[in-house]
Design a protein around this ligand. Structure first.
Ligand code: NCD
Ligand code: ZN
Length: 341
């Protein structure tokens, strides 16, 4: 049995670091485990210009102890009014790594998102031309569609025509939760990949209703039934370079979660690698963790692999009930792995 695992230093290809006091509180957790991270732009107001992204990147770096080896990779929040020239210039200048598409009102702070992807043709054409990845929150927002079906319907109604109309557009389908999304990404004749979170590998929708309403198990896309969790697990451990690590760590203060209308988002940054290690261990696939965590994402984005390593040891680690003002994912549970350092 493997009791000690050393892998190339990993990256987090989808994280919410927030701003202000929350940024100060959470940035160190991500920087401790990951060399780089794709920073989600859904602040209020959202990050829609290169100037705003540069300033945000500086605030992130300033929130870390001096000399911390961590690179924030910034994204541009697409709106109906996004100017393709602004994105291209930001990309060219090395500020924007990618663009994030939130269908309007799909999730936390997405009110300014895109109301109709068909209006985005000029932007998408430009992204395709300059090789800049489009990161997608893949859920339809039609309230007539059952919330558990919104990802599968998105794949069918939006993603399928999108890939057909933009055959060379690099796409990351973020935080996939369904068998349909996993199959589409695995099989598409298209430059497409997907991020996978710890929570969608470890919980199904029962966790949200386990003896009562569990707001800390609620995120978007919402966890699905067990068959989907198993399909997403198979994709993660498959070794396919199209699947890689993206925590979607999304902290909200306790009061915002434990509320009459609790926010969507799970804060998993403090023990993210440990949570993934548990999954790969349970699947007998620890030898594939490095590809998923440290190689596939960088290759998809066309970035160099990190130097250096991290080591995980088999050891009981109890996840605390609180990390600052936030309840972490798996609070109170014991994980079987610990990252050294
Ligand atoms: C995210 C947040 O809180 O910003 N919430 C979530 O449930 N994942 C937004 C998002 O990624 O959908
Ligand atoms: Zn997210």
């Amino acid at each position: 049995m493997t009791d000690r695992l050393t892998i190339r230093r990993p990256d987090d290809w989808h994280v919410h670091l927030r701003d202000g006091a929350m940024l100060e509180a959470v940035a160190g957790h991500t920087a401790r485990q990951f060399a780089r991270a794709i920073i989600m732009p859904n602040l209020t107001p959202p990050v829609t210009s290169a100037a705003a992204a540069s300033a945000y990147r500086e605030r992130i770096v300033a929130a870390l102890p001096p000399g911390t080896a961590f690179t924030p990779l910034m994204t541009c929040y697409l709106t109906d009014d996004t100017d393709p020239d602004e994105i291209a210039a930001g990309h060219e200048a090395g500020v924007f790594t990618a663009c994030k598409l939130y269908p309007a009102h799909a999730t936390t702070n997405s009110a300014h998102g895109v109301t109709d992807i068909r209006r985005m043709t000029t932007v998408l054409d430009r992204l395709q031309r300059i090789g800049m990845p489009l990161l997608i929150h893949g859920e339809v927002t039609d309230r007539a569609i059952d919330i558990f079906d919104r990802e599968a319907v998105f794949v069918d109604r939006v993603l399928t025509p999108l890939t057909r109309d933009h055959p060379a557009l690099k796409i990351v389908l973020e935080h996939i939760t369904t068998a349909e999304a996993a199959a589409f990404v695995a099989e598409a004749d298209h430059p497409i990949a997907a991020t996978i979170t710890p929570q969608h590998l470890l919980i199904n929708r029962n966790a949200i209703f386990d003896g009562g309403l569990r707001p800390h198990a609620y995120c978007l896309p919402v966890a699905k039934r067990e068959t989907h969790r198993l399909a997403v697990r198979r994709a993660a451990v498959s070794g396919s370079p199209r699947f890689f690590l993206g925590t979607d760590s999304a902290p909200h203060v306790i009061g915002a979660k434990e509320s009459g209308c609790g926010c969507a988002g799970i804060f998993n940054a403090p023990f993210a690698l440990e949570a993934y290690a548990r999954v790969f261990d349970e699947e007998g696939a620890l030898d594939r963790l490095e590809g998923f965590a440290s190689e596939h994402g960088a290759r998809f984005y066309g970035l160099p692999l990190n130097e250096g390593t991290v080591t995980l040891v088999r050891e009981a680690v109890v996840v605390p009930d609180r990390v600052g003002d936030v309840v972490p994912f798996l609070a109170g549970e014991t994980l079987g792995w610990r990252m050294l350092g």
